[in-house]
Design a protein around this ligand. Structure first.
Ligand code: ADP
Ligand code: ADP
Length: 226
């Protein structure tokens, strides 16, 4: 696993909108850090810069001990989970889980082993032959998590992964993600606009407002002096 270090990260979009300004913080090895704030505060911009899906205007981004500002997404050793699950509708769960590894040239046996492992962790074993259309929202979200899991990334980036689920499922998936985090000991950066989700899930919370960091603290400290 690896830490993620942001030093004065800034993103100015081509239309001169400042998406993120002067973001400096460190995600510790194995930490689950939550980025929270209202819509438009820069959460996605920040996460997408860490993922390499958005260019960095200025500042330095390190993953592990490497500066990755100019490293393409596929070489960053990260996996991202989106709110739209982005599953392939024509593929089975097993094929969805294995696809990224197959693309990367892993052989059949290795892909199958990783798919079995992820399916076991996420309790998807009984669903491997199904297509996404035959899954519930919660099951689809578990497959989306599984697709990140099979890659054994150093860092997981989660962009509002539960926002498409109804309130009841969301609680269950939150517990699932916390369990996964403990079990894997993985470094995770988790974006949400939901304060309750942030407070229950985050080991530390970064509060963003208008592209700037307003506060970085543990849930307990934020609760005591919000
Ligand atoms: P959040 O994820 O917190 O909702 P975003 O990171 O999406 O916030 O957006 C931060 C700011 O950057 C907003 O003002 C938004 O309008 C702007 N923004 C986001 N993406 C783009 C883009 N591709 N081009 C121009 N402005 C953008
Ligand atoms: P490749 O680069 O071999 O095509 P992927 O298909 O896994 O590998 O994806 C390329 C990049 O797309 C990743 O490195 C990552 O930045 C981004 N990505 C975001 N979310 C995911 C995801 N859930 N699964 C795979 N890749 C993702």
């Amino acid at each position: 696993m690896a830490k993620v270090i942001l030093e004065r990260l800034r993103k100015v979009y081509p239309n001169d909108v400042v998406g993120v300004d002067d973001a400096t913080f460190e995600v510790a090895d194995g930490e689950l850090l939550v980025l929270v704030g209202p819509s438009g505060c820069g959460k996605s911009t920040l996460l997408r810069m860490i993922a390499g899906l958005e260019s960095i205007t200025s500042g330095t981004l390190r993953i592990g001990d490497r500066v990755v500002n100019d490293v393409p997404p596929k070489d960053r050793d990260i996996a991202m989970v989106f709110q739209s699950y982005a599953l392939y509708p024509h593929m089975t769960v097993a094929e969805n889980l294995g696809f990224a590894l197959k693309l990367r040239g892993h052989d059949k046996a290795a892909v199958a082993a990783r798919v079995r492992e992820a399916a076991a962790v996420l309790e998807l074993d009984a669903l491997l032959a199904r297509k996404p259309a035959a899954l519930s929202g919660g099951q689809r979200q578990r497959v989306a998590l599984g697709r990140a899991l099979v890659r054994h990334p150093q860092v997981f980036l989660l962009d509002e992964p539960l926002s498409n689920l109804d309130a009841k499922l969301r609680g269950g998936m939150r517990v699932e993600i916390a369990r996964l985090h403990r079990q894997l000991g993985a470094t995770m950066v988790y974006v949400t606009h939901d304060q309750i989700e942030a407070m229950t899930l985050g080991q530390r919370i970064v509060v963003l407002r208008d592209g700037r960091i307003q506060q970085i603290d543990t849930p307990m400290a934020l609760y005591e002096r919000p």
